[in-house]
Design a protein around this ligand. Structure first.
Ligand code: DCM
Length: 153
């Protein structure tokens, strides 16, 4: 296994992303409406372009996860959401960031792919039918959690 770059004893630690002072947390929204969850297809970077993800982005300094989630969905989908409970297990990203997913409910507006290639509402059956290759790697492990959430009621 590679050495842990976040170890306090590692002199490389100063070069990690957290040294820029920004939080290392990324939040992603599982916007659920009845039996469907919203996924969006990334436009960039090239390695992730065309793959489905839960929309979201980096938490800015001074923001709570919930505030960041609301802001990111406003920016990316042009809709207002209310953040709910966490869903799935947080995921360590290769770039030193940690990705956290939260349930979200639409409050107003109609979501649209403002920064994504496409957005689509998925039922649990449609999520299960997705090819893992077509899902952003960090989000793949959440598919069973999302299916459970959709089939809960
Ligand atoms: N990211 C991810 N899955 C998501 C949302 C984000 O893997 N559902 C990753 C991609 C980037 C980082 O988080 O490495 C920041 O996201 P963005 O580029 O969307 O701001």
């Amino acid at each position: 296994a590679a050495a842990n770059p976040e170890s306090a004893a590692n002199p490389e630690a100063a070069a990690n992303p957290e040294s820029d002072g920004r939080p290392r947390d990324v939040v992603a929204a599982a916007v659920i409406d009845r039996d469907r969850v919203l996924l969006a297809q990334r436009a960039h970077p090239a390695a992730l372009a065309g793959k489905w993800e839960l929309p979201g982005g980096r938490v800015e300094a001074g923001e709570t996860h919930a505030q960041a989630l609301v802001r990111e969905i406003r920016e990316e989908l042009g809709a207002e959401v209310e953040a709910g409970d966490g869903i799935g297990t947080p995921v360590a990203l290769p770039n030193g960031l940690t990705l956290h997913a939260y349930r979200a409910r639409l409050r107003s507006g109609t979501p649209a792919a403002l920064e994504h290639l496409e957005m689509r509402w998925f039922t649990a059956a449609e999520l299960r039918a997705l090819d893992a290759e077509d899902v952003v790697p960090a989000d793949r492990g959440w598919i069973p959690d999302l299916c459970r959430a959709l089939e809960e009621t």
